[in-house]
Structures are given as C-alpha cells and as structure tokens.
Design a protein around this ligand. Structure first.
Ligand code: HEM
Ligand code: HEM
Length: 186
C-alpha cells in the first residue's frame, strides 16, 4: 500500500507543532516590538519558519496527492485537494513574509505598517480557514476509509472502506461536485 515517506511524515507532524506554536505565541500589538529581544526573536522565528516551509514545499512538490487512496481518485477530487494544499502553502509563506515586512517597516520607522499588519492578519485568517478545511476533509476521508489517512497519520489506523446509506448519499453528491469541477477547470 502507498504511504508517504518517513521524512514526509516527520516534516508534516513537526511542522504542525511549529505552526501551532507560531499561532499561540503571536504578537498582540505593535508596541510589543519596542522590546528589542522580542523583535529579534520574531525575526529569527519567521526566518526559520519560512526556510522550513520552502524546503518542505520543494521536497513534497512531486509527490502524488492523496497518495494512499485505495481506489482511483476522480480528477476533480485531486484538483480540489491540490488547490487546498497550495492555499495552505500560500498562507504559510505569507505569514512569515508579512511578519518580516512588519519588522522591516517598524525598524526603519517607515509608514505602511498598518497595511503590512492587515496583510499579516489576512494571512493568519486564510491559514485557519484552509487548514480547518484540510483537517475536516481528512477526517471525512478517514470515516469513509479511503486509505489516504494511513499514508500520513500514524495513529487511529483505518482498516478498510466503510459503507452506509449516508456515506453512499454523500458520495453521490461528491461525484456531482467532481464532475462540475472537471467541466469547469480541467
Ligand atoms: C492535525 C490534523 C491533521 C491531519 C489529520 C492531517 C492529515 C494529512 C494527511 C492524511 C495528508 C496526506 C494527504 C495526501 O496524501 O495528499 C496531509 C497532507 C498535508 N498536510 Fe496535513 N494534517 C493535519 C494538519 C496539518 C497542518 C496543521 C498543516 C499545516 C500547517 C498541514 C499541511 C499539510 C500539507 C501542506 C499536506 C500536503 C503534503 C505536504 O506537502 O506535506 N496539515 N495531511
Ligand atoms: C511565522 C511567523 C509568524 C506567525 C506564525 C505569526 C502569527 C501571527 C498571528 C496568528 C497574529 C494574529 C493575527 C490576527 O489578529 O488575526 C499575529 C499578529 C501580529 N504579528 Fe505575527 N506572526 C509571525 C511573525 C511575525 C513577525 C516576524 C512580526 C514582526 C516582527 C510579527 C508581528 C505581528 C504583529 C505586530 C501582530 C499584531 C497585529 C495587530 O495589531 O493586531 N509577526 N501574528
């Protein structure tokens, strides 16, 4: 059965912790940056975060999406999954980049910090939305027992496809959505 590499799993799960830490330790407002050691720490954290995201992106970019799926995945489904993964990467690149922009403008005492903060807040918001979608979709797939959970998640392993009336109805709706996406985008 196809599985992501040990390194891919290691990066996925350590990065999840790094992201959670970044979100919890967030700066509350601009005046906190007057503390030089905090400002330096933020700059270092954002730089390391950005480097890890980029390394991860290049390491993963040629790995097939939904790698562990037992059955052939419709093109429309793959398109949606890839789009969400790309949006996750986009938000994870924007977060440290706009953070560094805030730091740069703040250090130079230049105007425009408000715009950088607005972009930073938007990046945080986008990351919440797309990561919630990602986790929600993964849990849904886990309930269906499609196989891709086992390829990335080391716990609560699936044992095979689950069938129920409700799942068949949901699958019929999914098929329609994938067809629409295929007609429009592929
Ligand atoms: C905590 C709950 C999470 C679960 C259960 C989960 C599960 C998964 C699974 C099963 C895959 C493989 C999908 C495939 O084969 O295409 C995957 C991939 C991925 N996950 Fe998560 N994930 C979680 C959290 C996160 C978080 C917090 C992030 C971002 C910070 C994230 C970012 C990604 C990305 C970008 C991929 C695509 C593969 C890659 O480039 O590494 N995930 N995840
Ligand atoms: C990867 C690195 C970073 C992460 C994950 C991160 C995350 C966050 C989050 C989640 C927020 C709250 C946004 C909201 O209200 O929705 C925030 C706010 C803020 N961040 Fe960051 N940040 C990072 C780097 C930086 C850096 C390098 C700076 C500047 C030195 C910075 C300065 C700020 C400021 C000033 C705010 C407060 C904005 C306000 O006034 O509401 N951040 N950050």
């Amino acid at each position: 059965m196809n599985s992501h590499t040990t390194l891919a799993k290691f990066i996925h799960w350590t990065f999840t912790l790094l992201y959670a830490y970044g979100i919890f330790k967030q700066v509350d407002d601009l005046t906190e940056l007057e503390d030089a050691s905090l400002l330096n720490f933020e700059i270092m954290f954002a730089t390391i975060f950005l480097i890890i995201v980029l390394i991860r992106y290049f390491y993963m970019k040629d790995t097939p999406t939904l790698l562990g799926a037992h059955e052939d995945v419709p093109k429309g489904h793959l398109f949606i999954a890839k789009t969400v993964h790309r949006l996750v990467y986009f938000s994870l690149i924007m977060l440290p980049t706009t953070g560094l922009l805030i730091a740069g403008l703040f250090n130079l005492g230049m105007g425009g910090v408000e715009i950088a903060i607005a972009l930073h807040e938007f990046s945080a918001f986008l990351s919440y939305v797309v990561i919630a979608l990602h986790v929600g979709a993964t849990l849904y797939s886990r309930i269906k027992g499609e196989g891709l959970w086992n390829a990335m998640v080391p716990v609560w392993k699936e044992s095979g496809k689950n069938n129920s009336n409700l799942l068949s109805k949901l699958e019929a709706i999914e098929e329609k959505i994938y067809k629409k996406v295929e007609d429009k985008f592929i």
